[in-house]
Design a protein around this ligand. Sequence first.
Ligand SMILES: [Fe+2]
Ligand SMILES: [Fe+2]
Length: 282
Amino acid sequence: MLAVAEPCAPTIPSKALRDELEQRLGHGEIALPVLPDVAARVLALASREDCSLEDLTDVLRNDPSMAGRMLEIANSAAYSPKVRIVSLQQAVSRLGASTIRDIALVISCKSRVFKVRGATTKVREIFRHSVATAVVAQEIARTRRDSVEEAFVGGLLHDVGQPLLFQEIADIQEALQTTVDPLRESALVDELHAALGAKLAKRWKLPPRTMRAIRDHHDPGADGAACAISLADSIAHVFLTETDAGDLAQLPTVAALNLYPDDVGALLARRHAVLEAVQAYA
Ligand SMILES: [Fe+2]
Ligand SMILES: [Fe+2]
């Protein structure tokens, strides 16, 4: 449980908090979660050309809770099977290796990374935003004939530094018996999460392009995968907050990715499917 600071506990100045976080970040003192074994094996297997569906089913069978969740998701509206899927083998052959890989990664990350003691609502919102970004990033990659697998992983993990930092700040509060001003906390998380996310991507040995996409997704000069993640981030925000898409087509990321207004229109038309995916994983 997150220790609730005493009402009179002093507030830690934001510079002191930033210095502490930067020091922990720079010295590699922030504990990075380990990629669960099953997820690592599914990722490795599904990216191999000779991956057989039997191999994939065998790996998943070793983790009953993952297998159970996999079946639930395979039967959700997002994948709308015509006939109810009742076995893992059926799920794997119906959805295919790359979708199974995506689902395994989402399930693993949800339990390992998108978890902060005492901050359930906040982290749930980050998780929903991350799933939406992953699905939109995949659609953008399809439009641009880029790698949909990499786009999904990049989108899912682009803000992964956020829950890790919220956890770290909670630990600092607990250790120093201080409180942290929520607005300053959010500003610091905004500032530092991309760098921390990139460290996690490196630790998990994700492809360098994915690591760079996570690191640079707020960089206005970013191109390629990072720029696509940045656009997916903006569209996911519109979908989840039900705000008007407004002049989304005018975003610099749209021009940088050489997308046409019709492409943006087609992405925005995927809203329902994206929200169904978020619902399935949530
Ligand atoms: Fe971000
Ligand atoms: Fe984001």
